[in-house]
Design a protein around this ligand. Structure first.
Ligand code: RIB
Length: 366
């Protein structure tokens, strides 16, 4: 039977077109053509007839006729060498293995072009589903994720949400965690609190509005942590000083430079809040270079607790993310979709913990 006229549509017919033709939901068409989950015989027949009519004959249909599944999940993270992502991956792997699935993990170093290439690798390897900590932030940057979904591959976001993607995401309470940490510094008497690191803006925004606008164009986690910092300042009626927020490339070296700059201000910082591991190590290098120590000269709290933070002398007060639980929940959500559950398209928020140790003290008297 010749393929039906598809109007202006170009390229191979998509799952969404097949679903529309069959008069079923996209998820039903995806399960039928992807060969996973439950579909009633009547709906299956309608979907297959529509797929035949539209000429949806590529791998997806062939795949659904055979076993249809590879029992493999694809995982895309920024850096599997980072303890945070390593912990998330352990949670994904443990949960997937317990339900009969293998995992393939790819690092992309927050580089969108590498993320696109990694997504295509996973599509080619016919993974059944994808979990991704995406570097995409703009609507124009998510075509690769939509391409996977159009091939019947469900996607779940982990660690960060992406505003233009209506997908299930598994994240933590970033904003509340940052606010609680900065509130602890304020309660200890600090008012000049550095924020390392903010959005990778080309130049330092002069106002809070510009800073937040820049943050909204970058990773969701960074923006949420910045908002938590600002919340705590607002609650304590501490005026926001743009000089105390690092912007620019997010590297340990830049963190060191920026903390050194803030320490050299006439009204220098007496505390610093760091939003990632390399922000913490960068700040510690700046303190050492300035001959200063924590918490005596500068109080410090960081994100992403780890074994080394606990054995530092003095031990660091840090925010602990439930990394294994993040990965396990993301895998559970995805595997439930593969088992036939409708995607709930909601944000699943897990709670972090502030691990209070010994890196916060009152400001040294002038
Ligand atoms: O590089 C790891 C950090 O960035 C973690 O804080 C994680 O939340 C990610 O966003």
């Amino acid at each position: 039977m010749p393929a039906a006229d598809r109007g202006q549509a170009t390229g191979p017919p998509t799952i969404s077109e097949v679903a529309a033709e069959a008069g079923v939901g996209r998820a039903t068409a995806a399960r039928t053509l992807g060969g996973y989950g439950y579909v009633s015989p009547e709906l299956r027949e309608r979907v297959l007839a529509a797929a035949e009519k539209l000429g949806y004959r590529a791998n997806a249909l062939a795949r659904s006729m055979s076993t249809g599944v590879s029992h493999t999940l694809g995982v895309i993270v920024a850096d599997i060498g980072n303890p945070f992502f390593a912990g998330v991956m352990r949670g994904i792997s443990d949960t997937s293995r317990a339900r009969g699935f293998d995992t393939i993990v790819l690092s992309t170093y927050e580089d969108l072009s590498q993320e696109i290439a990694a997504t295509n690798v996973l599509i080619d390897k016919r993974v059944d589903g994808v979990i991704i900590a995406s570097a995409a932030v703009r609507r124009s940057e998510v075509a690769h994720i939509r391409a996977a979904m159009d091939r019947g591959i469900p996607v779940v976001l982990v660690d960060r949400a992406v505003a233009s993607l209506d997908l299930d995401s598994v994240v933590i309470d970033n904003r509340d965690a940052a606010r609680a940490a900065v509130e602890m510094l304020i309660s200890a008497g600090h008012r000049r609190i550095g924020f390392i690191w903010g959005p990778p803006a080309a130049e330092a925004p002069a106002t809070r509005r510009e800073l937040l606008a820049e943050a909204s164009r970058n990773l969701w986690t960074d923006g949420e942590r910045l908002r938590g910092y600002l919340d705590a300042l607002d609650d304590a009626r501490i005026p926001f000083d743009p000089q105390l927020v690092m912007v620019g490339r997010k590297t340990e070296g830049r963190a060191t430079q920026e903390v050194a700059r803030m320490l050299a201000l006439p009204d220098r910082i007496t505390a610093v809040f760091c939003t990632e591991t390399e922000a913490v190590t960068g700040a510690l290098r700046a303190l050492r270079a300035a001959g200063l120590s924590y918490p005596r000269d500068v109080a410090l709290i960081g994100f992403d607790d780890s074994a080394w933070a606990a054995v530092m002398e003095p031990p660091l007060t840090m925010i602990e993310q439930p990394v294994h639980q993040l990965g396990a929940k993301a895998a559970e959500v995805l595997l439930d979709i593969l088992d036939g559950a409708e995607p709930r398209r909601e944000m699943h928020t897990l709670h972090s913990r502030l691990i209070v140790r010994s890196s916060v003290a009152a400001p040294a008297l002038p």
